[in-house]
Design a protein around this ligand. Structure first.
Ligand code: ZN
Length: 143
């Protein structure tokens, strides 16, 4: 038997195919589904998407070659914005399509993961650290 066609790294072999237009629409839909008070207080934040983290982002985050990322928050969290916060470039939240695709077994799980990733990155905007984020994520998964 020829093993070479086996999917690597345990990824599922039924890859969804999602165009950028679809991905954009899925992100917008996920934003609409998040609690409105969570979204309304976003100020000077750009939400965008890429296929995967850039080499620069990988380097900055010290990602190993077998590690990837669903999303990334870059900017100045609300809790660190003082009076001097004017004429500042917007914060950027990037959602990465390919890594999420690799871990989604169908459209529903893909959409769910996009929503979770957005929530996670927006939590960073509100100044939450990973300890707190993971605590909240565990809580939301129990309900
Ligand atoms: Zn994070």
């Amino acid at each position: 038997m020829d093993d070479r066609r086996r999917p690597r790294l345990g990824y599922n072999s039924y890859m969804l195919d999602i165009s950028d237009e679809q991905f954009d629409a899925i992100i917008s839909q996920a934003m609409d589904e998040l609690p409105s008070e969570y979204i309304e207080r976003l100020n000077n934040v750009l939400v965008t998407y890429e296929d995967e983290p850039s080499p620069e982002q990988r380097k900055q985050l010290k990602l190993r070659c077998d590690e990837s990322l669903f999303g990334l928050y870059e900017g100045i969290p609300l809790t660190r914005r003082g009076n001097g916060y004017t004429f500042v470039l917007p914060d950027k939240i990037t959602i990465f399509k390919k890594p999420i695709l690799h871990f989604s077994h169908d459209m529903a799980s893909f959409k769910e993961q996009v929503k979770r990733t957005l929530w996670h990155e927006i939590a960073h905007y509100y100044g939450l650290d990973h300890d707190r984020i993971h605590e909240l994520e565990r809580k939301s998964q129990r309900t």
